[in-house]
Every structure is written in structure tokens, then in C-alpha cells.
Design a protein around this ligand. Structure first.
Ligand code: F6R
Length: 627
């Protein structure tokens, strides 16, 4: 979704802003723009399309200035166009503003402003906001911070904004509500500041950041300490945090696409996720285990043992791929901790009247940590007294900060819009959690617990083995680019994997794909099966193996074409399926960590063969910060 970058300092702002916009491209967008302030003028350049189109539009123009704001827009109000792209300017041309989020009461405000003589160029809600700030400045003859405060108290909705005032060439103003904003503090005191909607455009310049909280306004003035205040004009202390972003994770590292790199990064990412937490992994990595007790060391579990052990129910809230991880989490918690678990789409949960109790633990799973629905779901859960546990990738994100506690998945920034390494990272954390709690509760013997943790530590090297089949999977993909529909079937632990495989394919290849529990096929989807409908079975060895073989026979009998993901050495399925991809043998509950990998690769290769934009599929956004 929309991305924001801002800079004020001693260097030229334009290259820093453009670099930042490129870093934010992964979020998904359809137009881009920049506003630069120098002694002579406020210059605004915009383009429909990519950041490279913006660079083209700004070529040969005056791009000087040490202060600027920039934006990538993902259209909500008004089509993608130059006019609707941000920054938007006020009537007088004094103010320029970039905005993420949605102003819900923009239509009425717009009418009121029009009645007072304000003119609008765009169809956006953002232009209403910048005009409203100017209106209050004129009405109350006040300073710009007060005008921003008046305006933000009037709007309903979500926003992260950054504002330039032409008359104040040393000042940037920012504010947020329900949409993230982070400020980077340059290495020399008060001489350089960066602003962005996430840390990725900032990380290469500084590791010192300040996360702005909801309903806070920030004034950044060169040569001065930054000032933060609330919408009620109360002072807020500045809380500087240190971030640690591996810059290599922000680059493609020789791969043609971020998605492929992130698929291939999974062995290393899962090692990182388990390092210092899983004793068996530390031994494998030959690092001295640090105070690891009982084989798994999750600080949140130690600290909040009572809440987790005494819970009567777990509720998992998430969206998309993270919801699929939640379905596997349910099976893990039920199997090892014998606790009832509900898995909820955050978007549905927040608007139902769910029964939430004080002894419920709500797990929020999110890669970005900014998904608006998941954030709202945990706010609802907390308001009812439930304990919220975040399983998040983006460090310092809103969901991480609004949870009572949590465990980061630590797989590094995920740039490709289609989630890959975050999914396996989420599964790894869920597995460590379920094994720890199951063992603590006495449902897992010491012997089983240590066997299971040992097997979990082998997963990264097993994934490396699966990745070696990349070329074979690329070949298989060639056979299936013709398809308009695809069915993904799996049972038990592999049913959510089937859902995830189907989601990957539709997201990036635009082929309609459905995931189903294999046994449900007879209750409807079997009607669709013919020679034009490839069916992918996730059929690794587990207790329902024979049943899934029967489901395959049913497809074969109707002329369907079968691709199967099987366990190494499998003979029975290989007899029936047209194409087979092998994954190493592991324990049942760990199978999804391996069986999902070929499905990620298959989706990737089909999309590449179709010539599609794998990392930024149409209409999709990486971080869904609006509902
Ligand atoms: C699919 C995908 C989305 C996200 C969903 C939730 O590849 O990326 O379905 O999983 O938008 O996002 P997070 O995990 O950031 O809350």
C-alpha cells in the first residue's frame, strides 16, 4: 500500500527520497510523486506508474533542496493518475502533503471547503486534508502545528501524513493514526532526519529510530530536538529505539526477483528464527547455547507463562497467508497442548460480536505487523481483557507494539508481495510455541519433546534439498501455464498448505486456483475435473496417505492431470500422478514446512513464464494498512 518517505538535513533530498521510494516499491502502488523545497521554490513532480516514471518526469527539472517528501500511491479514492498522485498542495500553494490511509468523512469536508471557496484538483481524500489544514490556519490565524491539530481533530479515519510548509524551509511536520510512521535520526545530532512508512528506506542511513504512536503530531526542525505532542496538545517524550536491519535482505542478491530470493533464503531465515531459541539448532550451528532451558527458549513464554498456561482457549487472528499459518497453528496447539483453538479471519472477527474472555489468549499473526484488520482485531481483544500474543516479522510494527507480548519470526524484511519466508517463519514460531507449552503442560514426554525439537532443527537443511529441484519445477511449470483453473488438494496438516499453494498461484500468475481438503472434492469440485483442470495434491506420507491416494484415483478416472508433492521414495503416488515433486521425510506436523516450498516455486515459475510482474502483482499491496 501507499509508501511515504521524507528527508530534511544537509544532503540533497531528491536522491535519498527516490532511493527510499524504490525501497518501498514492494508495498504495491500505481503512481508516485515528490515535493522538494529549496530557496527558490516548492517543486512538485508526479507520475502515473512506477518510480522510474517519476524519475523520468523529474529529469531536467529543478530537483535541488535539502528538504522533501515523497510518496507511492495505491489508489483508494480516485483512479491512478498524475492528478491523484501525492503530494497534494493547498489552495495557496504554501503546503504540500503526503498521506497514507483513508479519510472517511472527506466528502462532507470537501463540500464544506468548496462552499468556502476552496478548489480541488484531484478526487482524493488527501487533498481535503491539506486544504483543511490551510483553512484552519487562516481561520484561527495560528501556527501550522495548531492548524494540523485542528484539522486532525476534525477528520475521521486513518492517516500517516508528512507536511511541508513553503514558509518554513527547516521544518517537517508529521502525524499518524492507525497507519505507521517511523522517524530516523541521523548520526549527527539534530542535523538530519528521515521519515518513512516503514524502516526499510531509513535503515541504510541510521539505526536510531522513533516510532510515532497513534494521534501524535511531530515537529522536526533542523538544529532542534524533535517535538512530539498529542492531538490534545500534550507533550510526549521522544523514545529512541535501535533497529537492526540486515541490508542484504533489502537487495535481490543476484536473483531475478525478490520472491525467488526469499524462497531461497528460507533455510537461512529459519535458522535465524530458531537461533538462540532452539537448543538443537544452536548445537547444529555450533554456537554455544545461551541459557537455553528445556530445549526451547522463548522469552515471551518465560515471562508470561501464567497467561499462556492458564488460558482456556486460544484464538488466532490473521489474514491471507498468515491465516493459513494460523490453521496449522491450530492443529499444533490442539495436538500438543490439548487446548481448544479458534482461527479467525481478522476482518470478520472485528465486526462480529465474538465472545472473548479474560482467560483467552489471542495470537495475532502478521508479517507486516501493520494489517489494519488484524490490528483492529487485537484492539477488540484487548478491550475485552484478553491477553494478546503477537507473531510478527516487522520489528517495532503496530501489531508488535500493541500486543501484550510476542515472538518475532526474525526472517528479515520480506519484499516480494507474495509471502513465502514469512509463512515458514510463522510456522516455525508456532511449532516452537506449541512444543514448549505442550511439554510444560505435561502432554509431551521429555523423550518426544527432544526428538521433535531435534527434527525441527533439521528443517532448514531439508528445505535446501527441496530447493535443488528448482529447475525440475520450472520444467513442470511449462506444462501448466495454459491452465485457467487449478485445484489444490491436501488433508490434515497439508490442507492449509493446499490453501496456501492456491493463494500463491492466483496472486502472482492470475490463474484461478482453489484449495480444498481432498475429501471435500466429492462434495462439489469434482464436477470441474477434466483434462484442462490440473489438480495438485499435497500427498506426503502421513496418516491419511491412503485416503489421498484414493482421491487421486478419483481424479485420474475423470481424465484430470495430477501434480503431486510426495515424500522421497514414494512409489504409489508416482504411479498415478503425471508429475511428482519429492520432499524429504519428516514428522507429520513438520511436513507443511517442506511441502509448501515446491508450491511457492511452482507459482513463481508459472508467473515468470507468463511474463508477469512477480514481485508486484497487479492490484495487490504488501502491507494492507486500510480495511
Ligand atoms: C499472500 C499475502 C497476503 C498477506 C496478508 C496478511 O502472499 O502476502 O495474503 O498474508 O495480507 O498480511 P500480514 O501477514 O502482513 O498481516
Amino acid at each position: 500500500m501507499c509508501g511515504i518517505v521524507g528527508y530534511i538535513g544537509t544532503k540533497q533530498a531528491y536522491p535519498i527520497l527516490i532511493n527510499g521510494l524504490h525501497r518501498l516499491e514492494y508495498r504495491g502502488y500505481d503512481s508516485a510523486g515528490v515535493a522538494l523545497l529549496n530557496d527558490k521554490s516548492l517543486n512538485v513532480y508526479k507520475a502515473k506508474g512506477k518510480v522510474s516514471d517519476l524519475e523520468e518526469a523529474a529529469k531536467d527539472k529543478d530537483c535541488g533542496g535539502v528538504l522533501g517528501i515523497a510518496h507511492t500511491r495505491w489508489a483508494t479514492h480516485g483512479e491512478p493518475s498524475v492528478t491523484n498522485a501525492h503530494p497534494h498542495e493547498s489552495e495557496s500553494g504554501n503546503l504540500a502533503l503526503v498521506h497514507n490511509g483513508i479519510i472517511e468523512n472527506y466528502a462532507i469536508l470537501r463540500e464544506q471547503l468548496q462552499a468556502k471557496g476552496y478548489h480541488f484538483q484531484s478526487a482524493t481524500d488527501t487533498e481535503v486534508l491539506v486544504q483543511l489544514i490551510e483553512y484552519y490556519e487562516n481561520k484561527h490565524q495560528c501556527d501550522i502545528i495548531s492548524a494540523v491539530r485542528y484539522a486532525l481533530n476534525k477528520v475521521i479515519g486513518a492517516y500517516a501524513i508528512v507536511l511541508i510548509d513553503k514558509r518554513q524551509p527547516k521544518t517537517l511536520i508529521a502525524a499518524r493514526k492507525s497507519s505507521p510512521l517511523v522517524i530516523g535520526i541521523g548520526n549527527e545530532e539534530n542535523t538530519e532526519f528521515f521519515i518513512a512508512s516503514d524502516a526499510s528506506p531509513i535503515a541504510e542511513y541510521t539505526s536510531h529510530v522513533v516510532y510515532i504512536d497513534d494521534e501524535q503530531i511531530v515537529k522536526i526542525e533542523l538544529g532542534k530536538e524533535m517535538e512530539i505532542s498529542t492531538l490534545q496538545a500534550e507533550h510526549v517524550d521522544v523514545d529512541v529505539t535501535e533497529i537492526d536491519v540486515d541490508l542484504n535482505m533489502l537487495d535481490k542478491g543476484g536473483f531475478p526477483h525478490f520472491m525467488l530470493k526469499e524462497i531461497f533464503d528460507q533455510p537461512k531465515c529459519l535458522e535465524d528464527c530458531m537461533r538462540g531459541r532452539l537448543e538443537a539448532m544452536d548445537k547444529r550451528l555450533k554456537i554455544e547455547p545461551e541459557n537455553i532451558q528445556y530445549g526451547i527458549n522463548l522469552s515471551a513464554v518465560k515471562q508470561y507463562r501464567a497467561q499462556l498456561m492458564n488460558a482456556h482457549r486460544f484464538i488466532i487472528v490473521a489474514c491471507g497467508t498468515s491465516w493459513h499459518a494460523g490453521l496449522i497453528g491450530k492443529q499444533l496447539f490442539e495436538t500438543f497442548c490439548k487446548i481448544p483453538v479458534q482461527v479467525e479471519y481478522a476482518s470478520e472477527f472485528r465486526y462480529r460480536k465474538p465472545v472473548i474472555k479474560e482467560d483467552d489468549v489471542v495470537f495475532a499473526i502478521s508479517q507486516s505487523g501493520e494489517t489494519a484488520d488484524t490490528l483492529a482485531a487485537i484492539e477488540l481483544a484487548r478491550s475485552k481483557g484478553a491477553f494478546v500474543f503477537g507473531i510478527v516479522n516487522a520489528v517495532g510494527s503496530s501489531i508488535a507494539r500493541n500486543s501484550n507480548t510476542g515472538t518475532y519470526i526474525h526472517v528479515g524484511p520480506e519484499i516480494g508481495v507474495a509471502s513465502t519466508k514469512a509463512f515458514t517463519g510463522q510456522l516455525t514460531v508456532l511449532t516452537m510455541l506449541a512444543l514448549t507449552l505442550g511439554h510444560e503442560k505435561g502432554f509431551l514426554s521429555d523423550a518426544d519433546f527432544s526428538h521433535y525439537t531435534e527434527e525441527l532443527s533439521k528443517i532448514p537443511s531439508m528445505i535446501s534439498k527441496v530447493l535443488k529441484q528448482n529447475e525440475k519445477i520450472a520444467e513442470i511449470a511449462k506444462t501448466f501455464t495454459y491452465a485457467h483453473n487449478f485445484l489444490y488438494l491436501g488433508r490434515g496438516w497439508n490442507f492449509p498448505v493446499a490453501l496456501e499453494g492456491a493463494l500463491k498461484l492466483k496472486e502472482i500468475s492470475y490463474i484461478h486456483a482453489e484449495g480444498y481438503p481432498a475429501a471435500e472434492m466429492k462434495h462439489g469440485p469434482i464436477a470441474l475435473i477434466d483434462a484442462d483442470m490440473p489438480v495438485l495434491f499435497v500427498a506426503t506420507h502421513h496418516q491419511e496417505y491412503q485416503k489421498i491416494v484414493s482421491n487421486m484415483e478419483e481424479v485420474k478416472a475423470r481424465g484430470g492431470r495430477i501434480i503431486a508433492v510426495v515424500t522421497e521414495g514414494d512409489e504409489q503416488v508416482s504411479e498415478i500422478a503425471d508429475q511428482v515433486i519429492e520432499v524429504p521425510q519428516t514428522l507429520n506436523f513438520l511436513a507443511p514446512l517442506l511441502s509448501v516450498i515446491p508450491l511457492q516455486m511452482l507459482a513463481y515459475h508459472v508467473a515468470v513464464l507468463k511474463g508477469l510482474n512477480v514481485d508486484m502483482p497487479r492490484n495487490l499491496a504488501k502491507s494492507v494498512t486500510v480495511e
